[in-house]
Design a protein around this ligand. Sequence first.
Ligand code: SAM
Ligand code: SF4
Length: 350
Amino acid sequence: MDYDLTGPEPVAGLLLLRGEEARELRSAAHETKLRHVGGKVYLRGLIEYSNQCRKNCYYCGIRRGNAKVNRYQLGREEVLQAAAFAHKAGFGSIVLQGGERQDEAFVREIEELISAIMESSRGELGITLSLGEQNPGTYARWKKAGALRYLLRIETSSEELYARLHPRDHSFQARLDCLRALRDEGYQVGSGIMIGLPFQMPVQIARDLLFLKDLDVDMVGMGPYVEHAQTPLWDFRHEIPSRQERYELSLNAWAVLRLLMPDINIASTTAIGSLSPQGREEALRVAANVIMPNLTPYAARKEYFLYEHKICIEESQEDSRENIEKIIRAAGCEPGYFAQGNSLHFAARK
Ligand code: SAM
Ligand code: SF4
């Protein structure tokens, strides 16, 4: 079946499909996925590097203003151990994610970590970074050290909504400039959005998906918004769609994104798993071809608490590996061990 993806209104209509019609939409996305990127799912070992952040986003549990967070930053040995685990387990890549810092000590530490991981894995591990907004010089240094990909969500494509979700000194335009700088620097560029935010209508989510297509990103990491009691948006928790509704909306958004951008890498993210035990499996079945087993050292996991009901907090690295393999197989896919699984879209635009 051909779907009308030409503008926000028809796309919003697709996001609102339920029951049999939603199943048809998701199955069309599944077919598109198999045709363009195949049935393999690539693994990226997720290392939640630090919960220290200079930003104060209104939705995020580790925002600067949350005084109840025990702040940590992993030591070099902890990161190298997690990377070594990923390498040995055949995960082709790791993701180094964390709160945003821009000081030279931080920038240098990340640069040295990237070099050390490149050396210890003989360049075999693909490195994705998700460390927020940085200046172009920093992006260049990290790229030179060996990073391949960078994930920076736009969160929402509405400048007005962005302003309601962030303090005044967080700028939508600055975020866009960062995405452009990452592209100029030669990264595989990833972005994404949150689904089911307060003040967000379905037509806005439709605009967001079309915006990601216009941005021509190589990969997307998106997921439902999940509330957190120690954030300003908690006060608006009664104004967001139910958990079930956010789940349905999210799966339809994954399907539409795959139809819009058939050859990009799409992640099955932790947040969808926090809304439903089948969430990550369903996302893989519908559209995703990347998943991120959590390899953060055990003691740090509970401190990287972005939202309520976050999953994978009690798992060991080995549990993560086993669970993810089960999820991939239950979705009818095959784990892409010992392969980086780079974005085909990136290869094509290069
Ligand atoms: N600090 C970096 C940044 O913001 O790009 C990377 C880490 S940040 C925790 C990664 C992503 O977590 C954000 O882009 C945001 O979309 C997501 N996130 C934060 N709070 C969330 C919430 N309450 N529900 C769902 N996702 C959330
Ligand atoms: Fe910091 Fe990222 Fe959380 Fe914003 S979303 S407060 S930048 S960790």
